[in-house]
Design a protein around this ligand. Sequence first.
Ligand SMILES: *Cc1c(COP(=O)(O)O)cnc(C)c1O
Length: 361
Amino acid sequence: MTRAYNFSAGPATLPESVLRQAQAEMLEWQGAGASIVEMSHRGAEFMAVAAQAEADLRTLLEVPDDYAVLFLSGGATTQQALIPLNLASAGQRADYVLSGHWGKTAVKQASPYVDVHIAASSEATGFRDVPPPADWQLSTDAAYVHITANETIHGVQYRTVPDTGAVPLVADFSSSIASEPLDVRRYGVIYAGAQKNLGPVGLTVVLIRRDLLERSGQARADIFDYRSHAARDSMLNTPPTWNWYLAGLMFKWMLDEGGVQVFAARNAIKAGLVYGAIDTSGGFYRNEVVPSARSRMNIPFFLADATLEARFVAEAKAGGLLALKGHKAVGGIRASLYNAMPVAGAQALVAFMADFQQRHG
Ligand SMILES: *Cc1c(COP(=O)(O)O)cnc(C)c1O
C-alpha cells in the first residue's frame, strides 16, 4: 500500500494513525462486541465517546464554558440557513461581508429569512482580498455580522479578527478551524463542516455563545432550533455517530501532536514553502491574492501557460500528489494544506513544481 499526498480541499486527507485506529476498531470497539457505528447513541459507550470528543475539542480550541458546542449534521451550508432562523427575527437586517464563494452561499441560504445587507465585498476585484474593515458599512440594527474566516476556493483568509462591537460576529471556519490559535470570545457563533480540518464529512461543529441561544429567532421546527440541540447535548435525533467518533480521534491526534500552536507553526511552514515556490518562479506560477490575505490552508494558483495546467495535475497525480485541480469557479491549480498534511507533503509538492517548471518552462 502506498498512501499518496492528498491535497483535496474536502473531504480531505486524514492522518494515517487515525485511519489505522478506526480500522482496528471497525469490527469491535474496545471489547464491546460490536462496532461503535452499530451501537445506540444513547448507550453508555457512545455517550462516553461523544463526551470525550466534546471535552477534547474544548481543550483544543480553548472554548469558554459560556459557549455551547453542538455536533450536528447537514454541513456548513445548513448552518448558513439555521443561523438567521435562530439569531434574527423574520426579515430583520443581517450584515454579510463577502471575500469569496462561500460568503455568497451564506447569503443565498439566509436570504429567505432575513434582510441581507452586504456590508462589504471584494467581488468587484475578483475576491483577491478581505474587504478592509475600515470600509465596512455596518448596520446599527443588524442581528449579526457574518464573515468567512477562510475562503476555501478563492484562498483568502482573515489574519485579524474584525471588531463588530456589540453586534455578534458569526464566522464560517469550515476550512481553517484548529489550524491556528483562535480567540473564541471574539465571536458569537463559529461553525465548521468537519471534512476539511476536523475529520470526516457528515459532521458539523457549531460553537455558540449561550446568551445567543436565548434569542427568540423566528418560527422554526424544533429540529432547526439550536437551543433544543444544546439542551439535548446534540442528541435531539440520532446524531452522525461514526463521524463524531472519527472526529474525536482527530481531536485526540491534534492534542497529541501538541495542539493548535504546533499546527499553526507547521501550517506557516507549509504555506511558506508553496507561496515561496510560486513567488520565485519568475512568473511561471502565480497566485493573485494580496499577500496579507493569503490563505495558509488553500492555495489557488495558475500557470502562465494555462494549457499546461491539465498536464500539471496529471503528472502530479502520477507522482503521488493527488487532487491538485483548482475549483471550477476559479480554475487553475489548488493545493489544500490542512493539519493532516505533513510538511513533507508540501516539500514534495514544491519539488514537483520546480521539476515541472524545469521541463516545461
Ligand atoms: C466546504 C465549505 C462549505 C460547505 O460545506 P458543506 O459541508 O458542503 O455544506 C462552507 N463554507 C466553507 C468555508 C467551506 O470550505
